[in-house]
Design a protein around this ligand. Structure first.
Ligand SMILES: C/C(=C\CNc1ncnc2c1ncn2[C@@H]1O[C@H](COP(=O)(O)O)[C@@H](O)[C@H]1O)CO
Length: 239
């Protein structure tokens, strides 16, 4: 695969400065312009699904790696994400990330430098954002929900590194889809014991204790700092 000519930021020309397509879809106080009315937006949404399905349908076994867009390059988590990208690529997996900076960049770097496929599924944001330099094939999405479906549909499992709101959204979406059997056989590895153990303790002591989740919901997660263990788990699930 080669870097798609359409990768990088979508042109901002023609759209109100500081807003995104997603934002205009979800904002109830929309513009009156006919191309921005909801029925016509469905065509744009449909086109984005078609394009994504078309471009990703033959990528082979893939693992998505998520994590903070704000991880500095000299942070130990950056090195760990690079190692996970490398380990997954060496094990024959395509590595998919959000194509952004920080942890996403590190995982793409590890995968690309190990000779693997390094995919970035970027998102249009209200500020300048472009795919990182280690993406060998990239797509930029206007709609978060279309992009999120591509991660689930085209990966066999998730590795989730320390992160903020975006990372939590991606993690809990996958857990909900697994819990409701919308996806099956979907290993989820949380990397970074120090970052995640507080959340897992709370889920066990509050959510589980109050009967709001089952033990099987927690069992779908593996918590580790060990890159080899994470890769091994993905291989076991694949085989
Ligand atoms: C914050 C900055 C750029 C953000 N750029 C992003 N590009 C692509 N994907 C992103 C970006 N920001 C968030 N994401 C998605 O959410 C996850 C990380 O979010 P978090 O809140 O940082 O945990 C990540 O996995 C992406 O899929 C400028 O530095």
């Amino acid at each position: 695969m080669t870097r798609r000519s359409g990768s990088g930021p979508r042109p901002t020309k023609g759209r109100p400065a500081g807003s995104t397509t997603d934002q205009r879809l979800l904002d109830s106080s929309g513009h009156g312009d006919w191309v921005h009315t909801d029925p016509w937006r469905v065509m744009k949404i449909q086109a984005e699904f078609v394009e994504g399905f078309n471009d990703l349908s033959e990528i082979g076994p893939a693992i998505s790696v998520f994590g903070s867009a704000r991880t500095p390059q000299d942070h130990p988590t950056y090195a760990q994400a690079e190692a996970i990208g490398r380990g997954l690529a060496e094990a024959g997996f395509v590595v998919i990330t959000g194509g952004g900076p920080g942890t996403m960049e590190a995982a793409n770097k590890g995968a690309l430098e190990a000779g693997g496929e390094s995919i970035g599924l970027g998102i249009e944001l209200p500020f300048e954002a472009r795919l990182n330099d280690y993406v060998s094939f990239g797509l930029n999405f206007r709609y978060f929900f279309v992009r999120k479906m591509m991660f689930v549909k085209y990966s066999q499992g998730y590795v989730v590194m320390p992160g903020g709101l975006g990372t939590m959204d991606e993690l809990f979406e996958a857990m909900t889809l697994s819990q409701t059997k919308k996806i099956t056989q979907f290993p989820i590895v949380l990397m970074g014991v120090k970052h995640w153990e507080g959340l897992l303790d709370w889920m066990r002591e509050t959510m589980l204790a109050d009967g709001r989740i089952k033990q099987s919901d927690l069992d779908m997660i593996t918590l580790t700092d060990d890159v080899d263990e994470a890769v091994e788990l993905m291989l076991k699930a694949r085989d």
